[in-house]
Design a protein around this ligand. Sequence first.
Ligand code: ADP
Ligand code: ZN
Length: 206
Amino acid sequence: MDIVKGNMGWIEVIVGPMFSGKSEELIRRLRRAEIARQRVQIFKPAIDRRYSSNGIVSHSGLEIASELVADGAEILEKVQARTEVVGVDEAQFLGESLLDSCTRLADLGKRVIVAGLDTDFMGRPFEPMPRLLVVSEEITKLLAICARCGNPAVHTQRLVASEELIVVGAGGMYEARCRRCFESQLAAEKIEEEKKLQANSKAASG
Ligand code: ADP
Ligand code: ZN
């Protein structure tokens, strides 16, 4: 954002797969706002308590304090009138109400910075992020490094057997993969494997 006159607000979105540096970039922008003595409020979904219950933590260990919310609507309730900058991490877990909250906050003249996954473990659009991109002023798409081959990674590979959309975790459960190494059906295949193993062990013991 170069020219901004009056008290115009706007929406900045940071997307990419896991390990691409979204939290790092969000924390960097929020810290700079704090250094500029702007009033900052930071939110993350209550389901994401991977490393810390009350802060946003990057995989590289950067940390910033945050408030927990159940959904996007709760952000609108919690933002104070005097707040100038609103930061949100892991926004893909906050549901459709995130769109309305971000739009209203930007309309009120606030700078809204939102980070989240744009695709899920099968490579499908992860709502509400794709729709947030449409209403935002600025988009930053980050890439990770493919854990298999070192190429730029656009995907989040789930390594464990689960077809649930939301399985919160980091260590060993997910890795970044490039478009060549990404296996969209891997989680589903693992479930089939487990079912076969269980059936075999039942047959063996019975
Ligand atoms: P995100 O919020 O997108 O999941 P983070 O900001 O939490 O990403 O973490 C980014 C950091 O993770 C990198 O700076 C690096 O230190 C570390 N990292 C671990 N694995 C990878 C990988 N495969 N590709 C890139 N960075 C990685
Ligand atoms: Zn690869």
